[in-house]
Write a protein that binds this ligand. Sequence first.
Ligand code: XMP
Length: 509
Amino acid sequence: MILIIDFGSQFNQLIARRVREHKVYCRIEPPTIKIGQIRALAPEGIILSGGPSGVYEKNSPKVTKKIFDLGIPVLGICYGMHFMVKALGGKVSAAQKREYGFAELLVKSSSTIFKGISRKTTCWMSHGDSVEKLPSSFKAIGSTENTENAAIADVTRKFYGFQFHPEVVHTREGSAMIANFLFKVCKCKPTWSMKSFARDAVEEIRQKTEGKRVILGLSGGVDSSVTALLIHRAIGDRLTCIFVDNGLLRKDEAKKLKEVFRSKLHLNIRFVRAASRFLSALSGVTDPEKKRKIIGRVFMEVFEREARKIEGAEFLAQGTLYPDVIESQSAFGGPTSVIKSHHNVGGLPAKMKLSLIEPLRFLFKDEVRALGKTLGLDDDMVYRQPFPGPGLAIRIIGKVTRERLELLREVDAILIEEIKKAGYYRRLWQSFAVLLPLKSVGIMGDKRTYENIAAIRAVTSVDAMTADWARLPHKLMGRISNRIINEVAGVNRVVYDISSKPPSTIEWE
Ligand code: XMP
């Protein structure tokens, strides 16, 4: 494995992605990691990331200098290189010319890390400081017009430093440089796969749970589904999943889930029918944040009540993913994993004295999907679009009632069916319908109607932080609108949402 020390760069997740794309396992750890912990991880190489600080700043992040005595190859990127240079006796200074964006790298020597790389290659820079004086054992192996020491090496000790960012796609041959570091310098083997991950995770879960019971809140989303399958593979019926039907789900959701997880995959699941409780708590409520709070509170109560019935449960499993973990471990502090708030059971572990297990906490979303496939999950489940915890309650603007839920479910089902038929489902981040608290006039047959308006929202996005409205083909939009108005009694108008995020959000509430 490769250990990445997180000095706070916005590109850290990209470094991890690049390493894993070469089928080498890696972990990102904060600089506060102790030398003993590093030895225990036994990395084949260490990457020191970039970061926003300057190495001479008082509170700049530092990792123990003992990493340079381990006999392990090190690659320092930007701040990581500055840290290494300073630690080994060189000098860093404010660059005379700051360098941001593209630069041409002249590769000076055919060192291992540049095997197969063009003599002139495009790299991407983002720095204010530069290496002024190299530690005595180092040589410059690459330069740009403004930066003499753009790439440096101590070949004997296998220490390398890049002023540019090999992890971003703008560095044209960056991926090949990282591959050289992994395979030619560190002698890693490309053996990391979801199969090997599953094998190790199953073993770890067995050891950790020591024959005890585990509870998991199953939502039907990819993360909780894959977590459930993985733990089930490890400990079988000692895993109890709790699925809360809050009455705010899409059409046939609970039924489909039962089919997949109980009948086909043989998981031990408790279905809790709690629609009435949720609906009466939501009665008359129109404020979106109030809706969320109520749904969160009722979920917690229902879940806890059910969990208490499971005798001998000592663990709570959660589908926390790596981006959440990385975000919550700052460059200056220790890692603490974020509890996924939409499962709304954040307070439960302490209250019920449960220990957490989060077997996906080192995986990215696409790796979770690949793992799901390895574990036998259908494509239908693996490629599901995200669905918010508060469900349809935040897609019915205004008061939530059984009748309006029923109406929205029908509209939504037609929309999803058509989007899937047209081959658009996987290309969209989300596609859904919203029921507006307005009526409009229409004409059907020879009669005047005065009915509901449904809005369609379809967006593309990579991480939901920003999103754009999807340019769906007009023919598809026409078919969706036609079918909804013809087939759903109570809707006589369909509109399409053409707002991007920001300034709008993906959901309407
Ligand atoms: P917005 O509407 O903020 O949504 O652009 C970003 C992403 O988050 C989802 N979302 C939620 N998920 N509980 C959740 O579990 C919530 O209360 C919630 N609100 C929004 C939304 O579907 C989108 O993917």
